[in-house]
Design a protein around this ligand. Sequence first.
Ligand SMILES: C[S@@+](CC[C@H](N)C(=O)[O-])C[C@H]1O[C@@H](n2cnc3c(N)ncnc32)[C@H](O)[C@@H]1O
Length: 318
Amino acid sequence: MKTENEYHRPVLLHEAMELLAARAGGVYVDATLGGGGYAETMLAAGAHVFGFDTDLAAWHVASARLAKFGEQFVLVKENFAKLYDAMRDHPLLKKEGAGGWLDGIVYDLGVSSHQLDTASVGLSYRVDAPLDMRLDPRLKTSAKEIISNYDETKLKEIFRNYGEEPYAGPIARKIVQARMAGAIETTAELAAIVTQGIREDKKNETLSRIFQALRIEVNDELGNLRSSLAQAVGILRPGGRIVVVAYHSLEDRIVKDFFKNESRPEFAAGSLGALKERIDLSSARLKVLTKKAVTPSAEEIERNPRARSAKLRAAEKV
Ligand SMILES: C[S@@+](CC[C@H](N)C(=O)[O-])C[C@H]1O[C@@H](n2cnc3c(N)ncnc32)[C@H](O)[C@@H]1O
């Protein structure tokens, strides 16, 4: 079995935990359990932790690691988009007050090193594997189905919107032409098609964008994040915190905009009074704790190159 750090080395652990400020007896959600590095820190502080993940290996590794905390830890084998449904009936949370009852929630988005390095679901173009990409085996549509069935326009949109790929159109066309000659079954086959005619030194960055785009589409990653953040604000107690670590600009933008919108007082419609009277100060639900995103130190990036794109943002329920 892999050691904890071989499975996944937590990114921005210290910074995320400092902002979450988990306290003994409090109830927290780790929305992306992974290898359990974040959860262990919260549990060691005496908190109760509900750990969400959809990945079988994460369930095993984190459960074994966290078994020593007994009932303080609850494994939730669910997508974090099901946050509210999974939490609402738990006895620990029945003690709720009117303003919500969760003390904090942390998201460390994306995938673990283990998921990237293992061949099983084909997340990385560096490892040849069946073209699947489902982080939750219960999902219906795999990357192979998308590559086989989406029309050229839809493929182009995915590559452009989720991969920010400048050559989304030509790449979509190459895929549609190639699949007429036979099904595209593996990550290596897809990588060979995508990189046809692309300069050697541009191949890896193009593949990263295309694989990112497909993974986002397969797993509805942006939709899940938006939905889960909205649920999280609803179930946090006043003073409870949301901490999010994102690894690409699309996710980070969703978090940044969400925090901004939720922390801005609304203009009450229809009022003719002075400007200050038209601002409903009671409507802001969050206070942003990180004016600028927190990023890893040069030393952390040196130790763990996968940390390099991480951006952490945090907010507190008011
Ligand atoms: C970067 S890792 C988290 C690492 C963790 N903080 C640690 O300390 O080991 C991300 C994890 O989130 C899980 N994940 C991604 N999207 C998810 C979702 N929508 N719902 C639940 N888990 C998700 C992945 O399966 C993966 O295990």
